[in-house]
Design a protein around this ligand. Structure first.
Ligand SMILES: [Zn+2]
Length: 642
């Protein structure tokens, strides 16, 4: 069989899941040394594949931050899918969108049972973007110090039996309506874990964090079931977010054990392009080393992998001759030049001192001193300026990382240093402005950030993704203090649990808006699904507050051609926003404040989030924003339409 006939099996055979064998006729895009296509073994010309001009990529929301999704496609394939990305709930919605043609390419996890569907073809990762993504638990090092090595052994025993196939089976049961704990304990019951003697110090249940997608939830439940079977008390803590939240929750001692995918976690923590490898041993070793310096312990990896797989329907593959990710290159914008794999991002002063390394506890020398001086200048005192990286410096680095929206590892790599330099430069700029030492005054920016507002000027504050037991009350307290009225675009399924909060918001003079029942992209929904998402939320808010919302904010701001008219039929006006400070991404309190203060004009609608993750930055920024805008004479009223 020659190179023009190909078999799309991808890495699935190795993962033990299933082998999708789809043979499609079409020329293989490859280097110029390919011989020209031979005529096919028939006297009819085969239909030539059409050219794929562009495509839409249906992917889980974390594709934007996953190093082996948006970033990886840029880095390895040189294509920029930012504008092509349609964020969707993982699994079925993506497959439905592929079949209905609302997206051409979809992302599923290796463990997704939907990969068994016969009309799906996995695009080969022909340039090797995907790293080893074995499922691996980790914890703070102190956990094992406190509870003993028996706990490590107990976790390792669960990891041993967790295969991709087992995870896929649990996901299938979860989707069929079996509760996650039941799906997990059915798997664990088939093992003989309860025959092993386990010695673990008594204490509170071991809390295992689960991110908000099916794979992570069932895997967390599998570890809990496995620990319980071995006589160790354990419980799942469901986190309302992805990787960043899980790392932060571990650091904040809200959970004891986090579970992640080795390659993605390594990239996420390190910020480098080169450490994660297709070889599981290399990836896990590098991850273990990185975690150890930050006082985390990595446990043994399981054989299960949960890599992203890029899929198209068989019809799309045939029509456009698609077999590999390289085949998408011509149909997407080129990514900005990025270093090839294996080369770390180029770093400028003062990072030159660092060479390849990141700075961490135990390091000494001029680079550490330089780091300490930067921390000091940015307002994060690192202890004595002595060129020795000890606990006070680690704490200062972690504090800065938290405020800058970086994973708070306490290890200073290129990302952290670049952010730190930027913070220092910004602080110096502000200083020279206020002491009047600058030369010619800069041109008057428009609108002027500190100019008094015209008489009667208003701003409309809005908060999405609540109600949230932690952050919504803090937002309500601040709004009350500044006599501000706002709109809360609530997620319907959170309303009944948060009814006291929405009642308080209503009593305080705020309005509730509709943000759908489960936060899907409305652009992808059929009419019945749309009506269900919107109608259930209307009913839930009415039941809690006695009042039906009159305005709708589509999740992600995503709308299809019918969204506005369907909303209107449900009595809802679509309300988007003028200013998006990206507070959900935790870019740092200063950044959120500046995004609003520097750009706000009378009548603007401002987007914030009081749910969906850690919102400490939002709360801190809101106080400063309310303070500064009140001083300038703005008042805060309900957005039109609500
Ligand atoms: Zn939202």
């Amino acid at each position: 069989m020659s190179g023009r006939w190909w078999v799309a099996a991808g890495g699935l055979a190795a993962a033990g899941l299933l082998v999708l064998t789809v043979v499609v006729a079409g020329p293989l895009r490859a280097g110029g040394d390919q011989p020209p296509p031979e005529p096919p073994p028939s006297d009819q010309e085969p239909p030539q594949p059409e050219t794929l001009e562009s495509f839409r990529l249906g992917a889980p929301a974390d594709c934007g931050t996953n190093p082996f999704c948006l970033d990886g496609l840029g880095r390895t394939y040189g294509i920029d899918v930012t504008e092509l990305l349609v964020p969707m709930e993982p699994g079925e919605p993506i497959v439905t969108a592929l079949r209905e043609g609302t997206v051409e390419v979809g992302v599923l996890f290796t463990t997704d049972p939907l990969l068994a569907e016969e009309d799906l073809v996995v695009l080969d990762d022909d340039l090797g973007m995907l790293a080893a993504e074995n499922v691996v638990p980790y914890s703070r090092a102190e956990l094992i110090e406190q509870r003993g090595d028996g706990l490590r052994d107990a976790l390792d025993r669960v990891s041993e039996v967790l295969t991709t196939e087992a995870v896929s089976r649990m996901v299938a049961e979860l989707r069929a309506g079996t509760p996650a704990d039941l799906a997990a304990s059915q798997l664990i019951e088939t093992l003989d874990l309860d025959t092993v003697e386990v010695e673990v110090e008594r204490g509170d249940p071991i809390r295992i964090g689960a991110e908000r997608f099916d794979e992570d939830v069932v895997i967390a439940h599998a570890y809990v079931a496995g620990l319980l079977t071995q006589g160790v008390d354990a419980a799942v803590v469901e986190l309302d977010g992805f990787r960043a939240l899980e790392v932060a929750s571990l650091l904040d001692r809200e959970i004891d054990v986090a579970i992640d995918y080795a390659g993605s976690l390594l990239e996420f923590l390190d910020g480098f392009a080169s450490l994660a490898s297709p070889d599981p041993k290399e990836t896990v070793a590098a991850l273990g080393e990185l975690l150890a310096v930050a006082d985390y312990e990595l446990f043994a990896p399981s054989p299960a992998t949960s890599a992203n797989t890029f899929v198209v329907t068989a019809a799309t593959a045939e029509r456009y001759g698609l077999s590999a990710l390289s085949d998408l290159v011509d149909a997407a914008p080129a990514a900005e030049a990025t270093p090839p794999p294996g080369v770390r991002p180029e770093v400028t002063e003062p990072l030159v001192l660092l060479g390849d390394a990141a700075l961490r506890v135990g390091d000494t020398g001029p680079a550490v001193l330089q780091l300490q001086e930067l921390l000091q200048a940015a307002g994060y005192p690192p202890g004595p300026l002595n060129g020795i990286f000890e606990e006070p410096t680690r704490r200062a680095v972690a504090a800065f990382q938290t405020d800058a929206g970086l994973p708070p590892t306490g290890v200073a790599g290129p990302q952290t240093l670049a952010a730190l330099e930027a913070a220092v430069a910004a602080a110096e700029e502000t200083e020279s402005e206020t002491d009047g030492s600058g030369g010619t005054p800069p041109p008057d920016p428009e609108p002027a950030p500190d100019r008094p507002a015209p008489d009667g000027a208003v701003v409309h504050l809005t908060f999405d993704d609540g109600p949230n037991a932690t952050y919504t009350p803090q937002v309500l307290d601040l709004l009350a203090r500044y006599d501000a009225q706002a709109v809360f675009f609530a997620i319907g399924q959170q309303v009944s649990g948060g009814s006291a909060l929405v009642q308080r918001a209503t009593a305080d003079g705020h309005r509730l808006g509709n943000h759908s029942w489960s936060h899907p992209s409305l652009a992808e929904l059929s009419r019945p699904a749309f009506d269900q998402e919107i109608g259930r939320t209307q009913d839930a808010v009415q039941a809690a507050t006695g009042r039906r919302p009159t305005c709708l904010r589509p999740p992600y701001g995503a709308m299809g051609s019918q969204t506005r008219s369907w909303a209107a039929e449900a009595g809802l006006e679509v309300v988007l926003w003028d200013i998006d400070p990206q507070d959900w991404a935790r870019p740092g309190v200063d950044s959120i404040v500046r995004s609003v203060i520097d750009h706000v004009r009378p009548g603007d609608v401002v987007l914030f989030h009081d749910g969906g993750g850690n919102r400490e930055q939002t709360v801190a920024a809101l106080e400063r924003i309310l303070d500064q805008l009140s001083d300038r004479g703005f008042s805060f009223t309900i957005a039109p339409g609500c």
